[in-house]
Design a protein around this ligand. Sequence first.
Ligand code: UDP
Length: 194
Amino acid sequence: ERFVEVLGVPFINTTKDQFVARLGEHLNKEDKTFVVTANPEIVLHAYEDKTYREYLDRATYITADGIGVVKAAGMLGHPLPERVTGFDTFMDLLALANEKSYSIYLLGAKDEVLQKTIAEINRQFPNVVIAGSHHGFFDWSETTIEDEIKEKKPDMVFLALGFPRQEKWIAERMDQFDKGLFMGIGGSFDVLAG
Ligand code: UDP
């Protein structure tokens, strides 16, 4: 099967490498894509919170981010090959962006962490174009961030706002953008910044 359901969440049945290859095809075609890498916490939250569940319904792909989800799928008789985590997918997408000179937008974390993340991306992935960035402690009623993304049209937008904020931000604004791969990556900037 292409999808495996755990607590009503349809997970894409894929290895990480296959998944990144699939995202590469969407990037080639400039499709608009919304990726959620869902850990057990996210799955439970979606089960309990209808609004959050509706955000997930808007995702193009939901991956199993955590061994708990992979194990649950196996116990339900619909095994998933492996976990596909936000951080690993982020790293592979940066490598792809480096190869193809894609542009990216970074949203989230404290400004100091964000600046370190940008420096680290410039060092490890020198061909990646940083289209723009903003720290994650902004006024949600202002539209400066989405306006900048609309203007710059980055190939990928990474949101390190933590859950459920990152999925809410994307789901509520998706319709405004023409293209781009949008993905919430939790605390990944903190990890990359070291
Ligand atoms: N964060 C943010 N804005 C907020 C709250 C958190 O940018 O309003 C950032 C935080 O600095 C960290 C990341 O989101 O880099 C993940 O935060 P946390 O560990 O709290 O998220 P979770 O583990 O719940 O996904």
